[in-house]
Write a protein that binds this ligand. Structure first.
Ligand code: SAH
Length: 252
């Protein structure tokens, strides 16, 4: 069995209990060296073989996993955050399917959750935004035309932008031309949960200058939306007047 495991956003104790168990049992670990905290490898058993996929092609990764599986060895493919978000796991799962190799996926704490925790904010505030748009600017990986930042900006919902720290001037322009007022609150969250974490609050119009002033050029999330300015309606769920499945309110 091959296990795709979410390593979490950085801090070694933010991998799941299951993920850590799989890591400890692995005979072979292939980890995404560009972002996975290498300290996690400290949990491996003696004699465990380790490969850094940052230096490998998809074909090489599959070869290592297939070879280990044929020898009856336990394989962990360690991805940063949650593997389902910009993890490029689909192509690996399809290749394993073609080879008839079984696999499972163990979810992880995505960096977009870690960023909310670092900000001490809630993405979904009543009457402010009830939706979170996760997207990116087109880079070397294109984004389908119907999914431009500009078109999503029209909703003025909460937006989390991955993989775009090098494109902040273009990003600001897209956000503003798409519909967010220039003074909409925003944040640049760098390496959430790592010791070098930085949380910089700013506005949509000031994203590029803020990142530049802090020397942030990669491994950051851009967070946008009025949820950041702290104005909202309290939830109905915990309102004394409101009856729920579990509690009778004063209204009834
Ligand atoms: N699967 C990962 C995302 C991989 S894409 C997840 O769920 O988080 C890599 C991008 O994720 C980076 O360019 C950056 O935008 C973001 N990222 C990953 N870890 C981060 C962290 N600890 N803090 C801020 N951004 C992070």
């Amino acid at each position: 069995m091959v296990h795709f495991v979410g390593a979490g956003p950085g801090a070694v104790d933010l991998i799941t209990v299951r993920g850590l168990r799989l890591l400890k049992e692995a005979d072979v670990i292939v980890y995404a060296g560009s972002l996975v905290n290498p300290q996690l490898l400290g949990s491996r058993r003696e004699g465990c073989e380790v490969h850094n996929s940052a230096y490998m092609t998809l074909e090489e990764v599959i070869e290592v996993m297939a070879d280990a599986w044929r020898k009856g060895r336990k394989v962990v493919r360690l991805h940063t955050g949650d593997p389902a978000i910009y993890g490029a796991i689909k192509e690996q799962m399809d290749a394993l399917d073609r080879e008839g190799i079984p696999y499972e996926v163990c979810p992880g704490v995505s960096s977009f959750c870690a960023a909310a925790a670092a900000l001490k904010e809630e993405y979904t505030l009543p009457e402010v935004s009830q939706s979170v748009i996760i997207t990116r600017m087109a880079g070397r990986t294109p984004v389908p035309k119907r999914e431009t930042v500009r078109s999503f900006a029209a909703h003025q919902a909460t937006m989390v932008i991955f993989l775009s720290t090098g494109l902040l001037r273009e990003l600001s322009k897209e956000l503003i031309e798409g519909g967010y007022p220039e003074d909409t609150p925003a944040a640049v969250v760098y390496k959430a949960t790592w010791p070098e974490e930085k949380v910089c609050r700013c506005t949509v119009g000031a994203l590029a200058d803020t990142a530049e002033a802090e020397g942030i050029t990669k491994t950051a999330l851009i967070i946008v939306g009025r949820f950041l300015d702290g104005d909202y309606q309290r939830s109905r769920l915990y309102d004394p007047a409101f009856t729920t499945e579990f509690r009778k309110g004063s209204e009834d």
